[in-house]
Write a protein that binds this ligand. Structure first.
Ligand SMILES: NC(=O)c1ccc[n+]([C@@H]2O[C@H](COP(=O)([O-])OP(=O)(O)OC[C@H]3O[C@@H](n4cnc5c(N)ncnc54)[C@H](OP(=O)(O)O)[C@@H]3O)[C@@H](O)[C@H]2O)c1
Length: 279
């Protein structure tokens, strides 16, 4: 184990967001390791550029780790946690993924008081002031203390496991839910042949909405594959609170149709073709 100030952190995995979480930990003086097994060339390149230590084997990575930070697609969060819980790892586990409070509480059953529930709001943290990691649960204050540098800001909420995830679900319910709604409306107008008239009316009465629909198409197309699981986590969160989950089940269906655009620089025309299943 490391000294109190310097910790060994296993990052699972250095994706677009994860690498910036790891970079903040490294800038805070910690050693960051990552697991090569199963990861793509893009993740390898990010991890190498950040100077993280590679490990070929999960047990080897975890053997020397004080903490694990999970930043992966939301629908893989339980699987990643299960692999760590099935090892001899005895340190602190941080789940920073966009999962429902119920999913976070399932993680608590694996890690108990060693769990910090997390939710990240903002884009990958390449500069200060853009991105916050919210934490809750018994290990939240300890984990917040790991982060002593920029650019990622860390905020420990005074709440149980589930609170940070609930905050993330509420935030993304609006941002990604409204994006899906806007794209669905553009697709419907196209299907009904009223796109030009709708854009004219928006310019009269809904300033900026036409431009916003173009921008959200470009911004979401390449990442839509990852939003599918997140939309189901949000729908589960609504339903657990006795609210309808249908908005976000439908958003999941829309994002599912966009998955062929994974990692592409696509625009509204590409998105509409897929939503209308004309691609
Ligand atoms: N990007 C954002 O703007 C943003 C904003 C807020 C919150 N977040 C949260 O951050 C998390 C990750 O997002 P990201 O942007 O880093 O995604 P990403 O760039 O797609 O990276 C995901 C990482 O997880 C790995 N991965 C892919 N499939 C996996 C699987 N089945 N099991 C385990 N690992 C897998 C990827 O490896 P490969 O390279 O091998 O695919 C990659 O290293 C999500 O929970 C998301 O909600 C992201």
């Amino acid at each position: 184990m490391s000294s109190v100030a310097t910790r060994a952190i296993a990052l699972l995995h250095p994706g677009a967001m994860g690498v910036t979480v790891g970079a903040t930990l490294a800038a805070s003086g910690h050693r960051v390791g990552w697991l090569v097994e199963g990861r793509s060339a893009a993740t390898r390149r990010r991890a190498e550029e950040a100077g993280f230590q590679p490990f070929d084997d999960l047990e080897a990575l975890l053997a020397g780790a004080d903490g694990v930070v999970s930043v992966c697609p939301p629908d893989a969060a339980l699987d990643v946690a299960g692999r760590v819980a099935g090892s001899r790892f005895a340190g602190t586990y941080v789940d920073a993924n966009a999962v429902s409070p119920d999913t976070a509480r399932r993680l608590e059953s694996l890690f108990g008081a060693r769990l910090a529930d997390g939710g990240i709001i903002g884009p990958p943290a390449h500069r200060s002031g853009t991105t916050r990691l919210y934490l809750s649960g018994p290990a939240a204050a300890e984990v917040a203390g790991w982060f002593r540098a920029d650019p990622l800001a860390v905020i420990a909420l005074d709440g149980p496991v589930g609170a940070a995830s609930a905050l993330k679900m509420c935030y993304a319910a609006y941002t990604k839910g409204s994006t899906a709604l806007l794209l669905a409306v553009r697709a419907l107008a196209e299907a009904e042949g009223v796109s030009a008239a709708l854009l004219d009316e928006w310019r009269i009465s809904q300033g900026g909405l036409a431009e916003r629909s173009e921008a959200v198409a470009r911004g979401s197309a390449g990442k839509a594959w990852r939003f599918v699981g997140e939309m189901h986590e949000i729908a589960d969160t609504f339903e657990s609170a006795g609210l309808p989950g249908g908005f976000h089940r439908a958003a999941a269906d829309l994002y599912q149709r966009m998955t062929p655009l994974k990692d592409e620089n696509a625009d509204l025309a590409d998105v509409l073709a897929l939503l209308l299943q004309r691609a």
